[in-house]
Design a protein around this ligand. Structure first.
Ligand code: UDP
Length: 452
C-alpha cells in the first residue's frame, strides 16, 4: 500500500494582542483548509487557549523570561523591541526541535510583522519565511518610508508638540503628518528602530497583508512595484475568508437580545478595542454626549480601560439611569455579531484595523476616534478615501460627542455614508468569493509556497 503524502507544515508566530491573534488564527484556518498542517508558536503573553475550532493544530510555547510587568508597562514599542531580542535564541531551539521531530516537512514560517525574530531564525534554518501584516497596506507603506521621511526632516513636527502636524506628508496624500503611525508613549527613535525591523524584507520571501485591493489599490501597487522586491499577497479581510472563534475575553451575548428589541439602524455601537485607555473625564463626556444625542447605544467598556477605575464605578450616578433607558453596557461583546445586527447603524471606534474591516464588512459607517499607530491611518482613510467615517479630533466634550453621533445616526450625511459603506461591503464580499482578488491572491500564495 502506498503511503499517504505527508501534509506540509507551516509554523505561524502571532504577536501577543487580540488584534494580532485573531487574523493570524483566521489565516491559519484558511491555510489548513488548503491542506497545510499548522503549528502555532506563541509566547505566554496573552496566551491564546485553542478552542474546538483548532483541534488539528499543534500549539507550542516559545520560552522567555520577561516579567508580566514589562508587558503591562512597556508595550507596545519598547516591549516588542525587548521581546524580539529575548525570543531569538529560544525560538531557534523550538524550531530546531520541530525540525527533528516533525514527520511532516516544514514548508515555512509565517510571522506577525512585529515578531521579526522568527523571520531571522527561519532564515538561519534556510526555511522560507513570510511576513504577515495584520495592519493595512498603507500603514506598511508608511513604515517602509519612515526612515526616509525622518532623513528628509518631514517627521520634525512630531518631535515638537507645537510642530505643524496638519501638513500633508509628501507622496502619501491624504495622510497628514499627525496621521502617520506613531505612539505618544514611545520616542520617535524607538519607533524608527521598531519599524526598520518590521519592514526588513532582507530575510523574507513574501508578505501577506490582511487587506483587499478594493480598499487600498494604490498602496498595494506601490508595495508590489516599488517598495518591496518580493511578492505581496493581499488576502483579506481574513475574518470573511475563514471564520473562527478567537476571543481572549468572555463575550457577553446578552447584548444581542437587547439589540433584537431595537429598530433597524437605530443603535450606535461604541467600542475601543482591546488595548486603548481613556481618562475618566473622557468617559464621562462620552456618556453625557451619548445621552444628549437621544440615540440608543451599546457601549463596550473593558474592565480597566478607564484609567484609575476597575470598571465604571467612577462614572456619575446619572450614568446608570442613562444605561437603563437608552443604553446597554457590556465588558466585552461578540463584536462581529453586533456589527452584523440590523439594529446597528453606526460604530464609534478607535479604528483598529480588525474593527475597521469588520465594520466595512457589514456596511456600517463609523465615528473615528484613533489613539495610536495605524489607527490614525485607518481613520484618515475612513473619512477621506472611503468617505464612510467622521473623524473626531482634539479634546472630547459632550457637545462634540453629541454632534458626531447625530451627524452619523440622524442626518442625511450619515445616510450617504451608510450607502457608501454598503457598496464597499459588496466589493469586499466579492473580493473573497471565488474569482475575487483576495481569493485569487490566497490561491497564488499557496502555489508560491509549494514552489519554494
Ligand atoms: N473585539 C471583540 N469584542 C469587543 C471589542 C473588540 O470581539 O467587545 C474584537 C474585535 O472584533 C476585533 C478585535 O477585538 O477583532 C480588536 O482588534 P482591533 O484591530 O480592532 O483593535 P486592537 O484591539 O488591536 O486595538
Amino acid at each position: 500500500m502506498e503511503d499517504k503524502p505527508a501534509r506540509r507544515r507551516l509554523v505561524l508566530v502571532p504577536a501577543s494582542a487580540q488584534g494580532h491573534i485573531s487574523p493570524m488564527m483566521q489565516l491559519a484556518k484558511a491555510l489548513h483548509l488548503k491542506g497545510f498542517s499548522i503549528t502555532i508558536a506563541q509566547t505566554k503573553f496573552n496566551y491564546f487557549n485553542p478552542s474546538d475550532d483548532f483541534t488539528d493544530f499543534q500549539f507550542i510555547t516559545i520560552p522567555e523570561s520577561l516579567p508580566e510587568s514589562d508587558f503591562e508597562n512597556l508595550r507596545p514599542v519598547l516591549f516588542l523591541l525587548k521581546l524580539n531580542k529575548e525570543c531569538q535564541e529560544s525560538f531557534k531551539d523550538c524550531l530546531g526541535q520541530l525540525l527533528l521531530q516533525q514527520s511532516n516537512e516544514i514548508s515555512g514560517v509565517i510571522y506577525d510583522e512585529y515578531m521579526y525574530f522568527a523571520g531571522a531564525v527561519a532564515k538561519e534554518f534556510n526555511l522560507p519565511n513570510v511576513i504577515f501584516s495584520t495592519t493595512n497596506a498603507t500603514a506598511f507603506v508608511c513604515r517602509s518610508v519612515f526612515e526616509e521621511l525622518d532623513a528628509n526632516n518631514v517627521l520634525a513636527p512630531l518631535k515638537d508638540s507645537k510642530g505643524k502636524q496638519d501638513e500633508l506628508v509628501p507622496g502619501l496624500h491624504p495622510l497628514r503628518i499627525k496621521d502617520l503611525p506613531t505612539s505618544k508613549i514611545a520616542s520617535l527613535d524607538k519607533i524608527l528602530e521598531l519599524y526598520k525591523n518590521t519592514v526588513d524584507k532582507g530575510t523574507a520571501s513574501s508578505v501577506i497583508i490582511n487587506t483587499s485591493s478594493c480598499l487600498e489599490s494604490s498602496s498595494l501597487s506601490w508595495l508590489q512595484q516599488e517598495g518591496l522586491d518580493i511578492p505581496v499577497y493581499p488576502i483579506g479581510p481574513l475574518h470573511m475568508v475563514a471564520s473562527t472563534s478567537t476571543s481572549l475575553f468572555e463575550e457577553n451575548k446578552s447584548c444581542i437580545e437587547w439589540l433584537n428589541k431595537q429598530k433597524q439602524d437605530s443603535v450606535i455601537f461604541v467600542s475601543l478595542g482591546s488595548l486603548a485607555l481613556i481618562d475618566i473625564n473622557e468617559a464621562i463626556e462620552t456618556a453625557l454626549g451619548l445621552d444628549n444625542s437621544n440615540q440608543h447605544f451599546l457601549w463596550v467598556i473593558r474592565p480597566g480601560s478607564i484609567r484609575g477605575s476597575e470598571w465604571i464605578e467612577h462614572l456619575p450616578e446619572e450614568f446608570s439611569k442613562m444605561v437603563s433607558g437608552r443604553g446597554y453596557v457590556v465588558k466585552w461583546a461578540p463584536q462581529k455579531e453586533v456589527l452584523a445586527h440590523p439594529a446597528v447603524g453606526g460604530f464609534w471606534s478607535h479604528c483598529g484595523w480588525n474593527s475597521t474591516l469588520e465594520s466595512i464588512g457589514e456596511g456600517v459607517p463609523m465615528i473615528c476616534r484613533p489613539f495610536s499607530a495605524d489607527q490614525n491611518v485607518n481613520a484618515r482613510y475612513l473619512e477621506c478615501v472611503w468617505r464612510i467615517g467622521i473623524q473626531v479630533e482634539g479634546e472630547l466634550d459632550r457637545g462634540v460627542v453629541e454632534r458626531a453621533v447625530k451627524r452619523l445616526m440622524v442626518e442625511e450625511e450619515g445616510d450617504e455614508m451608510r450607502k457608501r459603506a454598503v457598496s464597499l461591503k459588496e466589493k469586499l464580499r466579492a473580493s473573497v468569493r471565488s474569482g475575487g482578488s483576495s481569493h485569487n491572491s490566497l490561491e497564488e500564495f499557496v502555489h508560491f509556497m509549494s514552489t519554494l
